[in-house]
Design a protein around this ligand. Structure first.
Ligand code: NAD
Length: 263
């Protein structure tokens, strides 16, 4: 129960990596706000967690009974700054604190460089980079006042080496996440707030499901461990960074990529 009495926000939590992150945090005691732009996906995710298929077997205390609001949903487009701010205000009004923010929501078009239009560029940067910045900005006052907080940004191997399949705008947004992490880590360290990134390699999720067999095989062949990642592989690293086991780690990036990039 590493997260007992903690309050966490996980964006993009309706499915995939974000869902698994929310599941681990809830299983280990945190109240978790699952924030996503997809209301139906959120309903299904909340239902799954409350029905016990999150694996809590009642340990989280909710079991759908409403006794403890350990998981709740927030429909929000992270690229909408006003919506992000009001979501954070609502969480603080309901729970009084925010201990963990996981900036996980992201979109990944594979549009060729020559075909990326201005609107698409802006959308990718809004969701993948602007949203995380303004979410962090919104939780900072509470974390400073608590003198405690964990911000975890989900970057990507694409931001470290340049994507092989994902779009140029995607790689650039994820490179921005790595720098955002370092700047926030420096600024917030005096208040006991840790800011770190996890950089996944290719993960088997909806995001990569429609990539061609050829592309997935090409990517798998570059992974020494010989398989694509599972969303749980990322969630485990995030849970470590969200826990007090990582209290002396800040401004760092954990690569979870099966060895596809070693440095
Ligand atoms: N899957 C991979 O191979 C991979 C690799 C590296 C990094 N990542 C990163 O991990 C994160 C999660 O990826 P995933 O594979 O679980 O993707 P996914 O597409 O399965 O899930 C993304 C979730 O984010 C939500 N979302 C999208 N736009 C949103 C917005 N504007 N506001 C709020 N929610 C929004 C979606 O509804 C969805 O629930 C992303 O940031 C992604 O870039 C994924």
């Amino acid at each position: 129960m590493r997260f007992e009495h903690k309050v966490s926000i996980v964006t993009g939590a309706a499915r995939g990596i974000g869902y698994e992150i929310a599941s681990i945090l809830a299983r280990e005691g945190s109240t978790v706000v699952l924030a996503d732009v997809a209301p139906d996906g959120l309903d299904a995710a909340i239902e799954r967690l409350r029905s016990g298929s999150c694996g809590t077997r009642g340990a989280c205390g909710c079991q759908g009974s409403g006794r403890r609001p350990c998981v709740e949903s927030a429909v929000v487009n992270v690229g909408d700054v006003n919506a992000v701010r009001s979501m954070v205000e609502g969480v603080l009004a309901r729970h009084g604190r925010i201990d963990v923010l996981v900036n996980n929501a992201g979109i990944c078009p594979t549009t060729p460089v020559e075909e990326i239009g201005e609107a698409e560029w802006d959308k990718v940067l809004d969701v993948n980079l602007k949203g995380p910045f303004f979410l962090a900005q919104a939780v900072i006052p509470a974390m400073k006042a608590q003198r405690y907080g964990k911000i975890i940004n989900i970057a990507s191997i694409a931001g470290e080496m340049g994507a092989l399949v994902a779009g140029c705008h995607y790689s650039v947004s994820k490179a921005g996440m790595l720098t955002l992490t370092k700047v926030l880590a420096r600024r917030l360290a005096p208040w006991g707030v840790n800011v770190n990134s996890v950089a996944p390699g290719t993960i088997d999720s909806v995001m990569t499901a429609d990539w061609s067999d050829e592309q997935r095989q090409m990517l798998t062949a570059r992974i020494p461990l010989g398989r694509l990642g599972d969303p749980v592989d990322i969630a485990n690293a995030v849970a470590f960074l969200a826990s007090d086991e990582s209290s002396f780690i800040t401004g760092a990036t954990i690569d979870v990529n099966g060895g596809a990039l070693m440095r």
